[in-house]
Design a protein around this ligand. Structure first.
Ligand code: ADP
Length: 759
């Protein structure tokens, strides 16, 4: 078998012999020298060999070393990465197993931009644009793949959805789990599932192993290594992988590849590990995810590879005093750099979220108008998760001559995407993070100080291509006081979606799931309670029909519940609910205005969109009016102080959700209806099915107190109901800035809340 393996990889250099007439191939050829220079290429054979001998490899390397773009390409030509027909024991049919590589990303912007870049590097069209495309992506509300897809970038959420449809991941030969250092809840679930699948439980894959690469920008190698080692169950052909090792380094890999090929068939005949009790009957009997994590034997079966960084020195500048208004400080620093520092050298500013990005964007643009002609131009480019794809893509394009790019980003740019040309970083030291607040029992978005490791990552973005500078908008002491690293999300967030995903996959024994960090029992119980309250779990804790449906929706459990409720005949408002949900999945569709004068002007212009029932209905009015505008949507948006950019993202989401509901027959293609009071009531009752616990009642003193937790909450100034006193409110989000605010608020009746809570 060894001879059958190619000695050198058919890298892009084979393109040199191909016709340069194809512009795609010519572009791929032009990119090859840049790729070859990336640090990861000096480890290419180590990575290939590592996965020939072992099923799991851990790769640690600096951001920008080429892990995300190159590793899938390095592995795609491997002998194990082929589709093979397999006759499954119980299926009595032949299915194709393997052939494709999945690579998971925490953010959609990374999944789509990486797929685009890799397609370009491989000289293949992207995604669904051509049936011959070899690179595709799947992100929430957008699946772009072809029958020939060989490398597929997925958000972690979409990957988990795929696991729901096919627990054995039959289309894949390998799964690359990227950006593990981000440690969102989903990646922790994926790691747990991968540990079980890669642990030799291969029955549902006809014995064909699934290779796993785990990649991280920060070294947590030892912990991850132990995690996978602990879960390892030796291949059931009885061969200890240790025996695969030969003693001479020269011939180190010989024989391994053959056993690798053989192992595929041997595994299926081997003994089957004991199953844990409580496996959901609906699931495949031998679900690969159902292992509670017990190890039968520990073996060194995890390969590791360190990719050294290529970092130039970065000078750090602190502020002498704490900064009160970081948007203003960032504005001043941006102009200071622009006036004082030589070109080229782009600026990357880290802010907290869409709102701060947009305020700084308008401020910089406003001040830039006053620059004299002999100063180079500025090109301000926002970068945040909810930005439409076309706008995200602009960040990667080179600036026009005599122009400095000013990229205003959220923590997306920390490690997820690498933008070349940056020499200056401005770090506000804060980020918006999701935090579970036990007292009120829900997640809220809080603006918090970043960790030291995040500050180091941000600084590092300035020294990728040459020496750079980092302006920290905080004092040195504040830096020293930062927490060393980010707390994994699973320890601080609502776990209901995670648990629903696990339940839908047949894992009933949640407590024994192999978590890299075990969430507190209290949080698990809270999430189980919420799922029960939403009707996703039955009295015995098993997943219900509603729960199964919720698990397949690309929405939070609450929004999923709302969408399912909308299809009930007595509520019957799927189309309108989709419109509202689409808006809620985009951070803010209304322009964030700073001056009082503009605010008043906007209020007047938006009067026709405003609904007294509250923000949910106002969003619906806005989407309907925007969608009905056939002449010039951009002008319409400007007239109404609505963000055209955000509305484009809303329309993207709306289209995808409508398609999904049409497929499941819950949406029957109705034209927009007039919003009558009856329809408004149905809509609000529908939202209460998912958000009854996000409600508050009016107290005699005029304040609002939450129904769950009895906590004071005020209506956020951004809400149309700001300052209004109504019997009760329901809200989409709980934010804590200077005090507790409810955002996305509508008026409801106490008896509706009671009905939704089943009391
Ligand atoms: P890592 O995963 O190690 O952070 P990547 O593979 O994402 O590294 O990036 C490697 C290099 O590829 C980057 O330094 C950048 O120069 C280039 N690159 C990545 N994505 C893009 C893109 N969308 N457009 C242009 N260049 C890109």
């Amino acid at each position: 078998t060894q001879q059958s393996l190619p000695k050198s990889r058919p890298g892009p250099n084979i393109l040199a012999n191909q016709s340069i007439r194809s512009p795609l191939k010519a572009r791929a050829n032009a990119l090859w020298p840049l790729r070859k220079a990336l640090p990861v290429w000096s480890h290419a054979s180590e990575i290939r060999q590592g996965l020939r001998i072992k099923d799991i490899i851990l790769l640690v390397g600096e951001t920008g070393s080429g892990k995300s773009t190159q590793v899938p390409q390095i592995l795609a030509g491997e002998p194990w990465c082929k589709s093979r027909p397999v006759t499954l024991e119980n299926a009595r049919q032949t299915v194709n197993v393997g052939g494709c590589i999945a690579i998971t990303e925490p953010r959609r912007v990374a999944a789509t931009t990486l797929a685009r870049r890799v397609a370009e590097e491989m000289g293949t069209p992207l995604g669904s644009s051509s049936p011959a495309s070899k690179v595709g992506y799947s992100v929430r509300f957008n699946n772009s793949t072809s029958p020939c897809t060989k490398i597929k970038f997925l958000t972690e959420g979409m990957f988990l959805q795929e696991m729901l449809r096919d627990p054995w991941l039959k289309q894949y030969s390998a799964v690359i789990v990227d950006e593990v250092h981000e440690r969102g809840v989903n990646v922790d679930l994926i790691l747990g599932f991968m540990r079980n699948i890669a642990a030799g439980r291969l029955e549902g894959r006809g014995g064909i192993p699934l290779k796993v690469a785990v990649m991280s920008a920060t070294a947590e190698m030892e912990r991850l290594g132990n995690f996978f080692e602990e879960g390892y169950v030796p291949s059931s052909n009885g061969v200890d992988p240790e025996e695969n090792k030969s003693d001479g380094s020269e011939s180190e890999w010989s024989g391994i590849t053959s056993s690798d090929e053989e192992r595929g068939t041997a595994d299926s005949q081997g003994k089957q590990p004991d199953q844990l009790p409580h496996i959901n009957e609906k699931q495949p009997k031998k679900s690969p995810h159902a292992n509670g994590g017990q190890s039968e034997k520990s073996c060194a079966h995890v390969a590791t590879c360190h990719i050294e960084g290529r970092q130039f020195p970065v000078t750090i500048n602190y502020t002498p005093e704490p900064v009160q208004d970081f948007v203003n400080a960032a504005l001043r620093t941006t102009f200071k750099i622009h006036y004082q520092e030589p070109m080229p050298g782009d600026v990357l500013v880290f802010l907290t979220g869409q709102e701060t990005v947009e305020s700084l964007e308008s401020l910089v643009n406003e001040y830039a108008l006053g620059m004299s002609r002999d100063v180079p131009k500025m090109l301000v480019l926002p970068l945040f998760a909810a930005l439409p794809q076309a706008a995200q893509q602009r960040v990667f394009q080179p600036a026009p001559p005599r122009t400095r790019k000013i990229i205003l980003a959220t923590n997306i740019a920390e490690t997820s995407v690498t933008v070349s040309g940056v020499r200056f970083v401005i770090d506000c030291g804060k980020a918006k993070i999701k935090q579970f607040r036990t007292r009120i029992g829900l997640d809220s978005l809080l603006v918090k100080s970043i960790s030291k490791s995040a500050a180091i990552q941000r600084k590092g973005r300035a020294g990728r291509e040459a020496a750079g500078q980092c302006y920290r908008l905080y004092t040195e002491q504040s830096y020293l006081d930062l927490e060393p690293s980010n707390t994994p999300e699973i320890l601080r967030c609502d776990l209901s979606h995670a648990i629903l995903t696990m339940k839908a996959r047949g894992i009933d024994d949640i407590i024994n799931f192999p978590f890299l960090d075990r969430p507190p029992r209290e949080a698990l119980e809270k999430a189980l309670m919420q799922l029960y309250q939403l009707g996703a779990l039955t009295d015995t804790g098993a997943i219900s029909e509603i729960g199964q449906q919720m698990a397949t929706l690309p929405l939070t459990v609450s929004l999923g519940r709302v969408l399912i409720a909308a299809a009930e005949p007595e509520l019957d408002c799927v189309s309108e609910v989709i419109d509202i949900i689409s808006c809620l999945s985009v951070e803010n569709i209304f322009l964030n205005l700073t001056s009082e004068e503009k605010k008043e002007e906007a209020q007047l212009a938006r009067r026709e969109l405003y609904r007294r029932e509250g923000d949910h209905l106002t969003l619906l009015m806005t989407v309907q009016a925007y969608a009905a505008e056939n002449a010039d949507r951009k002008a319409w948006a400007e007239r109404h102080f609505v963000s055209h950019r955000a509305m484009q993202a809303v329309m993207d989401v709306r289209k995808q959700l409508r398609a999904q509901c049409q497929q499941s027959k819950s949406l029957k293609g109705k034209t927009p209806r007039q919003i009558t009071p009856e329809l408004a009531t149905s809509l609000l009752k529908c939202f209460l099915k998912g958000f009854a616990t996000n409600s508050a009642r009016l107290m005699p003193d005029g304040s609002y107190k939450t129904i769950v937790g009895n906590q004071t909450v005020a209506i956020h100034p951004s809400s149309g109901l700001f300052g209004k006193k109504v019997e009760a409110i329901m809200y989409n989000e709980f934010v804590f800035t200077t005090k507790s605010y409810a955002r996305g608020v509508s008026t409801v009746q106490m008896d509706w809340i009671g009905g939704a809570l089943g009391v």
